[in-house]
Ligand binder design. Sequence first.
Ligand code: C5P
Length: 480
Amino acid sequence: MASITIRQLDDDLKRHLRLRAARNGRSMEDEARTILRDAASLEAGKIEARADAHRRAAPRGRHVADAPAREAGAAHAAGTKHILLVIGGGIAAYKALDLIRRLKERGLAVRCILTKAAQEFITPLSAGALSGERVFTDLFDPGSEFDVGHIRLAREADLVVVAPTTADLMAKLAGGHADDLASAVLLATDRKVLLAPAMNPHMWQHKATQRNLARLLEDGVALVGPSAGEMAEAGEAGVGRMAEPLEIAAAALSLIGHGEGALEGRRVIVTSGPTHEPIDPVRYIANRSSGKQGHAIAAAAAAAGAHVTLVSGPVNVPDPPGVAVVKVTTAQDMLAAVTKALPADVAVFAAAVADWRIAKPQANKIKKGAGGSPKLALTENPDILATVAHDARKRPRLVIGFAAETEHIIEHAKAKLARKGCDWILANDVSAAGGAMGGERNTVHLVTAQGVESWPPQSKEEVARGLIVRIAETLAGAKR
Ligand code: C5P
């Protein structure tokens, strides 16, 4: 950057500058810097005002491709969503660096604030290098105030993420404090705030922290984590670990509605829930599938703009909004409904279809009798996933299966990928310890011809959104 030498200015200018500097109690160099910054922010303000006028003048819904960037000097591409990442001071701060990468990978612009304590763990230099943007640290840094200012920092983001959120940051936010840049920005923002708490389990359990948490949730902040596990301190374990960066990124994406329209114009078929295979009019063979994962996928696909047909077995979860739901009972009905819904761009087979059905269901209730226990002859059900994956005429571009496994999860999923002829398998652990069956959370591994991607434990909605992002990328030709 070029430097200005005050000595080389002409005498009149020097005199004028000396007077202004004295009046404002600054050195002549600082006064010169201030004048330049004021001029630059005036210019930025004019650009912004012109952009606003331009936006207002544009017809509704038209994309204003040539609107100037929101911030002079920063490459804020049109449509890019902005995350303001407040990094608190805790050992989990190192994970915030990975979070910056994960957010950027997902097409988000990231600007960081580091608290004083955060700088004991990571440096502004590393956060700046990863985010590609200037990092902010001080409330009273004249550089920041003239350049961006804490109010602009607060307002320019689409979402504020605090990771790690320390007990102290929670207390400050709950109490409305504003004695440093992070807390001032959190108070000044009118955007959604996502907290990723990280602290020692005793601090998390403390009544004061739980009181602050209740207040913050009431105030409308969103929360991701903390999860249970080992702490940095030897021998300490419990709830307090910060959510994994991928989990935080997924929560951030869902809060800013990223991916809206990503499947616009696409047709998606999803199967969900169990099937019921009748034994007689009152008894049937079933399984523990709740339909939560399949329904979440249908909802996420619809939210991304797809035309979705959800073929669902008997479940107790509500129909997702904006989805055409076909309710079926047996595997044979499910196959018929899926075949009828073809063609499609994508088919996701999340249903837990019964492998066998009773060969001859009885028309009347089977009675206990002298003949002893009835012999129930079984016959194999059609494999809906394999049938569709091998349909030469109507195979969707992407056929995705699920593999519910209790052991050797990835090995079995790889074998299934080949056997069923599908493109991807989402393998999930349905052992009692995994808790996926009927539970709220799921740990999945995405198995493709290219390899295996293990996702962290997440809610079924997050798994669904993650899958939809991958589907949209693939259909757009970005990844396969
Ligand atoms: O063979 P397995 O049941 O483990 O395969 C699971 C995958 O196959 C799931 O995607 C499930 O929806 C699908 N499937 C199917 N029809 C069947 C059995 C399984 O579509 N009859």
